[in-house]
Ligand binder design. Structure first.
Ligand code: NIG
Ligand code: FE
Length: 411
């Protein structure tokens, strides 16, 4: 592997000392930007950085690739800790239905939504799913993403859930984007269990989970705790079963209603609880002082026209917050972390620095790669964004809709 020197960097953003941990409270807004900087990469890791005037630290100039980043910012690549990037077909017909007055929940009740995606995925061969997902991975990479969590959940049968997770396993092998896999069998009740919800929960626990664990197909377990979907009590049992198979919790809660799922997640020491568009005081109490990261998905709120997660409340209570895309064909057909940053600033009143930290270092911790990714730290993997020439750091979330990323370098 060739070593690399990036020189004349206008601003090197996201510098953290090692062992920093996720950022919370007022620290979430801390952002160190070193102007007129260089950054060196050795064996795929960040080996050194500093002011251009101190560049003399590099002694071995042989076999060194040099990038001139004049006028450009360099920063850690985004860590998108919540996505459903593997799916069969897009669902723009439901988008039009919503424009014509149906709600997302009504579409789901009619057999559209998640069940629509499951029907389409059942017929699609594994290879095709891999090829399509690889294209989406390339797209999100071009927008700055260097790590992504991907969920199953459009299978909803033993075979199709395993197929989805095997697709994710192949993506891990074939892509340079860092990937974590989450088993989301409990995404919706399939047609054949529409009058026997318990039967499906049993299938998840007794049939799907043992096979997934045996093949080592997932790191996390998820469930959609929501009215018309999984109850808090079912979530509790699913997470207990997941833990027995070594899967940690990362869950969908409080998208439309408060069901007690946040407390259940915290009880299971969930890595993250995601969505939280609806938030009760009891949820804040449960999260306060816990290790569980609260993840907001503002592009889902944007697309469905539902409330944005009241993230300032979470930040003010010293709860660790991350931001992710939720990329999926129904509620968020976008894997653009730059847009997530823009929405976080304009709709959730986060500062550009807070939004950036929530999509990099805290996103990394929300997929348990915070010790290797998510910041400019000596020894961390050199997964980097080099921006186009931009006037300032805040220009990125300000200039929404523009791709400010020139290249995403992954090692
Ligand atoms: O996180 N809400 C549950 N799951 C996804 C959407 C799934 C879909 O509509 O296909 C979400 O928004
Ligand atoms: Fe989701």
């Amino acid at each position: 592997m060739k070593n690399l020197l990036i020189k004349n960097i206008k601003g090197l953003a996201g510098i953290l000392s090692s062992g920093n941990g996720p950022l919370k409270g007022s620290d979430l807004g801390n952002l160190e930007v070193l102007e007129d900087a260089f950054l060196a990469v050795e064996d795929g890791k960040i080996s050194m950085y500093g002011k251009m005037s101190d560049l003399s630290g590099i002694t071995d100039w042989r076999d060194l690739e040099i990038i001139d980043a004049e006028g450009k910012y360099v920063m850690p690549a985004y860590c998108d800790s919540h996505s459903h990037l593997v799916f069969a077909k897009t669902r723009e017909e439901e988008f039009v239905d919503r424009i014509n007055g149906l709600s997302y929940e009504e579409i789901g009740k009619k057999g559209g939504g998640i069940l629509n995606s499951a029907r389409k995925l059942a017929d699609m061969p594994e290879d095709e799913l891999v090829q399509d997902a690889l294209k989406r991975l390339e797209l999100v990479k071009s927008l700055g993403t260097g790590a992504i969590e991907i969920k199953s959940g459009y299978g909803l049968s033993v075979d199709a859930e395993l197929k989805m997770l095997r697709v994710i396993k192949r993506l891990k092998e074939e892509s340079d984007v860092t990937i974590k896999a989450t088993f989301l069998g409990a995404h919706a009740f399939p047609e054949r269990f529409k009058d026997d919800h318990e039967g499906y929960v049993t299938e998840i626990i007794e049939e799907m989970l043992p096979k997934i664990a045996e093949e080592g197909l997932a790191e996390y377990i998820d469930a959609f705790c929501e009215r018309n979907y999984f109850t808090a009590e079912q979530l509790d049992r699913i997470l207990t079963a997941g833990a027995k198979h070594g899967l940690k919790a990362k869950i969908h809660v409080n998208q439309f209603s408060v069901m007690g799922g946040v407390g259940i997640g915290v009880k299971h020491n969930a890595v993250s609880v995601d969505h939280l568009e609806e938030l009760a005081d009891e949820d804040i109490t449960a999260l306060k002082g816990s290790n569980t990261i609260a993840t907001a998905l503002p592009s889902c709120s944007f697309f469905l026209s539902i409330p944005y997660t009241p993230i300032r409340k979470l930040i003010d209570n010293d709860i660790v917050c991350a931001l992710a895309t939720d990329y999926n064909p129904g509620s968020t057909p976008s894997g653009n972390m730059q847009f997530v940053n823009a929405l976080a600033c304009s709709k959730m009143k986060m500062t550009p620095a807070e939004a950036f930290n929530a999509t990099t270092i805290n996103g990394a911790y929300a997929m348990e790669v915070g010790e290797e990714l998510g910041s400019i730290t000596v020894g961390k993997k050199a997964n980097l964004i080099i921006t186009k020439e931009i006037p300032s750091f805040a220009y990125m979330p300000y200039s929404f809709g523009e791709n400010c990323v020139d290249q995403t370098l992954l090692h």
